[in-house]
Write a new protein. Sequence first.
Length: 307
Amino acid sequence: MRVSQINVDKDMKIIDLINQFDQSGVLGAGRVARACNILTDMINDEEMRVFMSLGGPLIPGGMRNIITRMISEGHVDLIVSSGANITHDLVEAFGGSHYRHEGKDDEELNQEGIGRIADINVGSDDFTIFETEIIKIFEKISKDKKTLSIQELLYEIGLLVEDENSFVAQAARNNIPIFAPGLIDSMIGLQLWIFSQDHDFVVDAVADMHYLSDIVFEAEKVGAILLGGGLTKHYTLASNVIKGGLDAAIQITMDRPEAGSLGGAPLEEAKSWAKARCGSSLASVVGDVTVIFPLIYAAALDRIGSD
């Protein structure tokens, strides 16, 4: 099949551009189009449970409203998040913000109490508010519950968060479970450890596997949206080994495969481990999640709306 040259027209919609990518079918354009096609099919397939993994600074990077919308629209059934994305979601839920980096020297930022993530700044005052508010929530939860899984803890936190733009809150209200296997490696994990020093309050990470395995076994099919790599990607893949692997998946990552990291591994590699089924629909896109995923999700919404 010939490579079609990409056309760009005045006033064209995002879906029109993605369709041009699809007709080209090669290089980054082809991979983005295939990811959009698979994402649309996953959302439209009523028998498929869609898992989403959130790795990297997605909430500080402006992806919060998109994730929250996917939850409220029923386009995702389960989330695996880093502790950092949960923390930053709650920072905003408690009134904090993330700011554009204005180019100051990092030692100067340190003196001003500002932390930097690439070109994103977060103030220590916002984290102070976060620490105060999350301890209040831990206090409320621990009055009735002494031992919880991580997923149960995040559900209880979500019920107590009033910000409707919070993905943690929306997940709780829509009964979408959030798993965070690396929760302790974050500010919320640090506050949880501090709280547990003088409270009878235990979070059992192993208990999550009972609930997660039930979800996998009961699903007719499982698809995955893997944003970023690392632990959240692996937890999503590995949880499906028990049933032969994912039926469909897309991943968007900036990681490269040469060093053998999981984050840079193409999804085809997962077939060798039975983390993705042989014959499954897979697409790996090398690029910035904050650019590519909004494009393909917007195009998928156009397609879903026109069906």
